[in-house]
Design a protein around this ligand. Structure first.
Ligand code: CU
Length: 215
């Protein structure tokens, strides 16, 4: 990660703070205009100036096509529900307020279907479990972590989404912290939306696919 974690643009921080407050649980609609403005930007290792004159630090911008689990590709699928050839775009941006905004966009999945998605600790591998547990800001001493005290969308990054009739879908989530460098490495797509019960919080069924997003 060549980027230095320094920040600019106080005005933007106010905007993003507002976004973070709505963020949480995936799909929490902060200003879509920011995403549109950012699309197509290259990750060139420098702080990038947004078209509105403010600055963000881009921690990751990944566009990948899902390939077979044993392919060694950056995006791997373990299930027909995320077909080979379907695609994912992931963008992670740090803001001056010390928070982080995540967005994902997928294409080519099953139409009108719920999927779960989270940031996980380890890189993707041929085994779905290779990506490790969910990244947590405050780490639960008890693993696997299924207590809502730790497994919640403020302490983890949840990016659940529902596809449209064309099999496209996406989500945004904002958290008030930044991931510890090197300790969050993937986004995993799950079988269904994320549970929030007292004993199953953070679970979302099988791991269907995984994309490397080193932070
Ligand atoms: Cu997960």
């Amino acid at each position: 990660m060549p980027l230095t974690r320094t920040f600019f643009g106080l005005a933007l921080s106010v905007l993003l703070l507002a976004g973070c407050n709505n963020g949480g649980g995936g799909g929490g609609g902060y200003d879509e205009g920011n995403d549109d403005a950012a699309e197509g930007a290259e990750s060139d290792g420098t702080n990038r100036e947004e078209s509105d004159g403010t600055n963000l630090e881009e921690l990751a911008s990944v566009s990948a096509t899902f390939e077979a689990a044993d392919s060694g590709a950056d995006a791997l699928t373990y299930s027909e529900a995320v077909p080979e050839g379907s695609t994912i775009d992931v963008r992670v941006v740090a803001n001056v307020a010390g928070g982080t905004d995540f967005s994902i966009r997928l294409d080519g999945l099953e139409p009108d279907r719920d999927y779960g998605a989270h940031v996980h600790t380890d890189p993707c591998g041929p085994d779905p479990d290779d990506s490790g547990p969910h990244y947590q800001n405050r780490e639960d001493p008890e693993q696997p972590s299924t207590s809502p005290r730790f497994a919640n969308p403020e302490n983890e990054v949840w990016l659940d989404f529902t596809t449209d009739s064309d099999g496209a879908g996406g989500a945004q989530a904002g958290v008030t912290w930044q991931p510890r460098e090197g300790e969050a490495n993937s986004v995993v797509v799950h079988e269904h939306h994320t549970h929030t019960g007292p004993d199953d919080s953070g679970t979302a069924g099988d791991r269907l696919a995984c994309v490397n997003v080193p932070l």
